[in-house]
Each structure stands twice: as C-alpha cells, then as structure tokens.
Design a protein around this ligand. Structure first.
Ligand SMILES: [Zn+2]
Length: 77
C-alpha cells in the first residue's frame, strides 16, 4: 500500500514538474521606455558619454564643462 501511495505521489510530482517546465513561457519583454541611452563622443577628448550627461554646445557634445570651455577657447578667437 505504501508503495502504491509513493508511486502516486511520484506521478503527481512528476506531472506537476513536467507541466511547469513545458508551460509556455511568457517572454519577459523589455519595457519600451527603458531604451539604452545613446552615447555621444566628446568633441574635445573623444570619450563617450551618455547623451543625457553630455554638455551640448552648438552641434558638439562634451564630456565636461572643462572640455567645452577648452574647445571654445581654442576655436573662439
Ligand atoms: Zn572630454
């Protein structure tokens, strides 16, 4: 009798496990708003910075104010 119960438990457990494995998985969709941020190169040193962190000056992007100032001072006069 004990063997019979164990067999049923095994069958139920196996069926449950198999169902879990073969269940259609809903693909974890990446939220559309979490797009990777575009990288822009600093016009002075060339380092890549996220567009949101870059300092814009005209059409050029800079990684920091220092480089923006340096570029403007060099080409300004
Ligand atoms: Zn820079």
């Amino acid at each position: 009798m004990l063997k019979f119960i164990l067999l049923i438990l095994l069958a139920v457990g196996g069926w449950y496990f198999w169902r879990r494995l073969s269940a259609p998985r809903t693909p974890a969709r990446a939220p559309q708003e979490r797009l990777p941020e575009r990288m822009v190169a600093c016009a002075w040193c060339g380092v890549n910075v996220p567009e949101g962190d870059a300092l814009r000056s005209g059409e050029r992007n800079y990684c920091c104010a220092e480089h923006r100032n340096a570029a403007e001072n060099k080409s300004g006069d």
